[in-house]
Design a protein around this ligand. Structure first.
Ligand SMILES: Cc1ncc(COP(=O)(O)O)c(C=O)c1O
Length: 377
């Protein structure tokens, strides 16, 4: 049986796409997972390959990566490294609740739509309660309604709120919005988990010190994305409440998330963080999305959807144009969020990539116009 990976979603039993020269042509817009290591992360990974060091995280690279994360957040957080965002989210959420609790999240949250039930699995049956909200965002009112819907013993007790920053729809919670969410969490006794798979993109969009929109607004645990930011593999779990991190190392080990050669997960973090490459990478990805968005706006027939603040652009494309782009080799998703096509940019997206895509849009539109005119004659 073949598995076909269309960026973030793997379809079992279909013909796998044949890569051209190692990279499927045009796949750079399918996901920020399609990019490789950024040069800074690669440099420290290579440096870490020299010699022997202690295993399971007792090495200088891991210590340095933890210290750098603490510096970035200006907080003595407890930090753990896992292989991917699903593990980070699931294990972090499991550490915040008991099996009879529920976790409130947006109805489009990755923990709901794309983690194969892992958050429920790792917390032994916790239920996700889905909350609607414009632009992929939760609101204090939505949270209150969800909490107050049921309060009886027959329903799982709300204990955790999960927010995604930047959101699945490429929007970013403002400081005020996070403040209101924090108040709602306090009112309803909810612990606050932040899925920060694209935290760096949010940080750049907000242009604020990371402490301002994490522990200062009540985030208990942050899953900090490395993979989409320029690592090859690996995300970090950052606990701002130390009591919640107790025995988390055992959770990681039991879940198969304790890397024996930990330095290869952590050395790239050092490269990303020590001179600010993590922000430079996110800035490049967000700027690429801004350039793409503005190009799309100039093309008749393409409708930009929503309010983009991070590194993905959502558009409505006429069906023949979408099909034409795919036939040219461009890859993008049409199943994320509440409709439209998603074009995701990464640290590696170039102006030439964007200009090439936009040129194909214009050419396909011209060709379609020509055919329509011929048909009318
Ligand atoms: C919002 C969000 N959270 C978490 C993840 C991490 O998922 P993975 O387990 O594929 O690394 C992703 C990846 O697409 C994501 O978009």
């Amino acid at each position: 049986m073949q598995t076909m990976t269309t960026g973030d979603r793997t379809i079992i039993g279909q013909q796998a796409e044949q890569p051209v020269g190692g990279i499927a042509a045009g796949c750079q817009f399918a996901s920020d997972n399609t990019a490789g290591f950024c040069p800074d992360a690669w440099r420290t990974l290579e440096a870490a390959n020299a010699g022997c060091v202690a295993s399971y995280g007792n090495d200088p690279w891991t210590e340095r990566a933890c210290d750098l994360i603490r510096e970035v957040f200006e907080y003595p957080a407890d930090v753990f490294f896992v292989f991917n965002g699903t593990a980070a989210n699931s294990l972090a959420i499991a550490s915040l609740c008991q099996s009879y609790h529920s976790v409130l999240c947006h109805e489009l949250a990755h923990v709901e739509t794309d983690e194969c039930g892992a958050p429920e699995f790792f917390s032994n049956g916790t239920k996700l309660l889905l909350v609607p909200g414009d632009g992929g965002k939760l609101t204090a009112d939505g949270i209150t309604q969800a909490v107050e819907r049921r309060r009886d013993i027959h329903y799982p007790k709300p204990r955790v709120l999960s927010v995604t920053q930047a959101t699945e729809l490429s929007t970013v919670y403002s400081l005020d919005e996070l403040g209101a969410i924090h108040d709602a969490c306090r009112r309803h006794n909810l612990r606050l988990h932040m899925d920060g798979a694209r935290f760096a993109n949010a940080a750049v969009a907000m242009d604020l010190p990371p402490r301002r929109f994490t522990w200062e607004v009540g985030v208990d645990v942050l899953c900090l994305g490395g993979t989409k930011n320029g690592m090859g593999v690996g995300d970090a779990v950052v606990f701002f409440r130390k009591d919640l991190a107790e025995e988390f190392a055992y959770r990681c080990k039991q879940a198969g998330q304790l890397a024996s050669k930990m330095r290869f997960l952590t050395a790239p973090w050092v490269g990303l963080l020590e001179e600010g490459a993590w922000l430079a990478n996110a800035r490049r990805a967000n700027a690429a999305a801004a350039r793409l968005e503005s190009g799309f706006r100039d093309i008749p027939g393409i409708e930009v959807l929503g309010r983009r603040e991070a590194n993905a652009v959502f558009v409505r494309l006429p069906e023949p144009l979408a099909a034409g782009l795919r036939a040219c080799g461009w890859r993008f998703y049409d199943f994320i969020g509440s409709g439209g096509c998603r074009f995701m940019c990464s640290w590696a997206t170039t102006d030439a990539d964007i200009d090439g895509l936009l040129a194909d849009c214009r050419r396909l539109n011209r060709d379609a116009d020509g055919i329509n005119r011929r048909d009318r004659v």
